[in-house]
Design a binder for this molecule. Structure first.
Ligand code: SF4
Ligand code: SF4
Length: 205
């Protein structure tokens, strides 16, 4: 759960309409209209990415009059479906995915089961990826991919939705090449597989 206490506000006199803010917003809450950035207050998750990256210092974060509470509600879906989706993505349902907000894999899976089809939709509902916006994108992409979503970054954005290779997909020659340098791919994989299995058992009980 995240309590959104901040809201981005644009100073029209300083805004030059460069669209940097639009390209970095994780929930597509800020758009340039008639050469000025406009914030959708209902969508803004208060991450301050736009404020930090605006080259003209046109964005300020202000305190909201009424904070918004957001988060994936796992009680609204069949938890067995959540567990199955997490297992397909090789994640434990209770694994923390977004450390900035504290979002777990089961909350993201629940949001996807309820209809989120892009990282932006997942972020809007759960609040995940509205902190650093970097660390949690890969497991979010894995969960979306496991649910059969076809992923394309927003048009004109600077987001990159390429998925990095996981331990389960590493070619044998890569493992061989690095095994003598202190990497324990097979051992790590065994530990992860046990964790995922444990998550499946826990969800089925
Ligand atoms: S990054 Fe700043 S200057 Fe550029 S469009 Fe957004 S608010 Fe305006
Ligand atoms: S969600 Fe973040 S990047 Fe988007 S408008 Fe709000 S503060 Fe700016």
């Amino acid at each position: 759960m995240k309590l959104v206490t901040l809201l981005a506000v644009v100073d029209e006199n300083k805004c030059k309409g460069c669209r940097t803010c639009e390209r970095v917003c994780p929930v597509l809450a800020i758009k340039v209209v008639n050469r000025k950035a406009v914030v959708d207050a209902e969508r803004c998750r208060g991450c301050a990415n736009c404020e930090q990256r605006c080259p003209d210092y046109a964005v300020t974060m202000i305190k909201r009059d009424k904070p918004i509470q957001i988060g994936g509600d796992v009680s609204e879906v069949d938890y067995k479906e959540v567990v199955a989706l997490c297992a397909k993505a090789k994640l434990h349902p209770e694994q923390t995915i977004c450390y900035c907000v504290g979002t777990k894999a089961d909350e993201i899976a629940a949001a996807i089961i309820k209809g989120a089809r892009t990282p932006e939709e997942v972020s809007l509902v759960t609040g995940a990826r509205t902190g650093c916006t970097i660390e949690c994108i890969q497991p979010i992409l894995r969960l979306l991919e496991a649910a059969g979503c076809e992923l394309q970054p927003p048009k004109g954005g600077w987001q990159w939705y390429g998925r990095t290779v996981t331990n389960w997909e590493l070619p044998e020659e890569v493992k061989q090449k690095h095994s003598s340098r202190g990497f324990y791919f097979d051992e790590d994989r065994k530990v992860f597989d046990e964790l995922v299995e444990k998550g499946q058992r826990g969800g089925a009980e």
